[in-house]
Design a protein around this ligand. Structure first.
Ligand code: HPA
Length: 258
């Protein structure tokens, strides 16, 4: 199994995909994945909050999820994030390819490499999201007439609360575009696991203080979500061997002992 989609809020199935749920036992606990095919293309679909959206952002077992994908042989991941807009570069209902992130989460295990038997490594984050997969996603989006911002900086907050206006002003001034609660440590762990990882965010609200009210656009998003899910499946399917340096990202100082 080569490719996976990790989907967030609002995406609980993939158009045209029939799948079966499987529980994978990992050293970090159990992960629930859905394995199936879309038009003959084998795919793992992981709903990070669960198919019933019962797991809040800070309680997601990110290590179990990524380890399970690794155990299944997944090398390429395309992820979706429902986010808020911290400025006008990406507006509610719009999609954006992520090219960088900032981490403001706390208390989450951030690595597979804890020292000791788990080994020690440092992982490059100069291009955290796979540029080759990103190019493919943009190319397909363009061919389909789907508007997608080509670069956005994701700010990861802990949640489950939303941010204050002062926090959003700070994130915007620091260079953040969109704000979500689940992007980190997912991207970090995927890179540690040697995967190519691309992500598209879609904005469902203005963040606090940008407009008067926190305006949710859940029902306006149905078409965007379906387009996005199809786009990511096709990008994974049509992707040749990625021309990037993701596979060299991990600098191992002490290998893990099994
Ligand atoms: N902030 C953080 N996470 C979010 C938001 C937001 O405004 N909207 C959707 N996820």
């Amino acid at each position: 199994m080569h490719s996976a989609i990790i989907a967030g809020t609002g995406i609980y199935d993939i158009p045209g995909m029939s799948f079966q749920e499987r529980i994978i036992d990992t050293p970090y606990g159990q992960a629930k994945v859905n394995i199936g095919t879309v038009d003959g293309f084998e795919l793992v679909f992981l709903a990070r909050h669960g198919l019933d959206h019962s797991t809040p952002p800070h309680n997601i077992n990110y290590r179990a999820n990524i380890k399970a994908l690794q155990m299944l042989g997944v090398k390429r991941v395309a992820a979706t994030y429902a986010v808020g807009s911290a400025n006008r570069r990406v507006r509610p209902t719009e999609m954006a390819l992520l090219t960088d992130f900032m981490n403001f989460t706390s208390g989450r295990p951030l690595t597979f490499f804890e020292g000791g038997d788990s080994g020690l490594a440092h992982t490059a984050m100069d291009a955290p999201y796979c540029p080759a997969m990103g190019r493919k996603i943009l190319e397909l989006a363009h061919a389909r007439g789907l508007a997608i911002k080509p670069d956005a900086v994701y700010v990861a907050t802990n949640g489950p609360r939303f941010e204050t206006p002062a926090e959003i002003r700070m994130y915007d001034r620091l260079g953040g575009d969109v704000v979500g609660m689940t992007g980190v440590p997912e991207i970090v762990l995927a890179r540690e696991a040697g995967m190519h990882f691309a992500a598209v965010a879609y904005s469902v609200n203005w963040c606090s203080g940008i407009m008067d009210v926190l305006e949710l656009h859940e029902e306006d998003m149905v078409e965007t979500r379906q387009n996005l899910a199809r786009l990511l499946v096709d990008a994974l399917r049509e992707m040749a061997e990625p021309d990037c340096r993701c596979a060299d990202a991990v600098m191992v100082m002490h290998p893990a002992k099994d």
